[in-house]
Write a protein that binds this ligand. Structure first.
Ligand SMILES: Cc1cc2nc3c(=O)[nH]c(=O)nc-3n(C[C@H](O)[C@H](O)[C@H](O)COP(=O)(O)O)c2cc1C
Length: 194
């Protein structure tokens, strides 16, 4: 579309935008990467989505003003670590304003898969990615990652979610018609193709 044809941006109050988005419950992830000098960097993020299974691709939206954004774009690789409830403290740690990025990794056991990006041992799942594409939209960069390796944790650890400005967990309906919530169903076994 020609820029001259672009309609004027809608007048949306940013406070209302944020209030609406706070109602969009989301899984809490740590997006991590490694610089050329071997130092690690990462941030807490909820703006993560599956894109397609063929080729296996996800996307994440990262503030272009963050140190992590520049480092991830430069590295060309990153990992998305889906946090368990028990790792809530890591969510605070990786969202802090302190610039001791390597210090954020002093908690937790960190591994590597294919790309060298830090993978959290206790994450519910980790997706090790190479950047396939990046698109800048406003303040954020949308980074598409082609998944090179996946680590899925075999346990019934609970998911850490974020909604209404708070951390919480997931509960499932006991029966379809029931208002009763069950704290946590057992995960299906991914090895059985579930
Ligand atoms: C629950 C939660 C979700 C967040 N989601 C995102 C996100 O999706 N994208 C983003 O750029 N920042 C997100 N942030 C903010 C970053 O984690 C935070 O700004 C971090 O300090 C950036 O690190 P850096 O500037 O040191 O790289 C989130 C923070 C919290 C607490």
């Amino acid at each position: 579309m020609n820029l001259a044809d672009k309609p004027p941006a809608a007048q949306i109050d940013s406070a209302v935008f944020k209030a609406g988005m706070r109602r969009l419950a989301a899984a809490v992830c740590l997006i991590t990467s490694v610089r050329s000098d071997g130092s690690r960097i990462g941030l807490t993020a909820t703006a993560v989505s599956s894109v397609t299974a063929d080729p296996p691709t996800l996307l994440c939206c990262i503030n272009r003003g963050s140190a992590s954004h520049a480092a991830i774009r430069a590295a060309g690789v990153f990992a998305v670590n889906v946090l368990a409830l028990e790792d809530r403290i890591l969510a605070d740690r990786f969202a802090s304003q302190q610039t001791d990025w390597e210090g954020r990794f002093q908690q937790g056991l960190w591994l590597q898969l294919q790309t060298g990006s830090p993978v959290l041992e206790s994450a519910l799942a980790s997706f090790d990615c190479r950047i396939a594409q990046a698109v800048d939209v406003g303040t954020h960069g949308i980074i598409f990652g082609e998944i090179q390796a996946i680590r899925v944790r075999d346990s019934n650890a609970k998911s850490l979610l974020y909604a209404h400005g708070s951390y919480g967990g997931f509960a499932s309906y006991v029966h379809e018609q029931s208002a009763e919530l069950l704290w946590m169903p057992p995960w299906e076994d991914h090895r059985a193709g579930g």
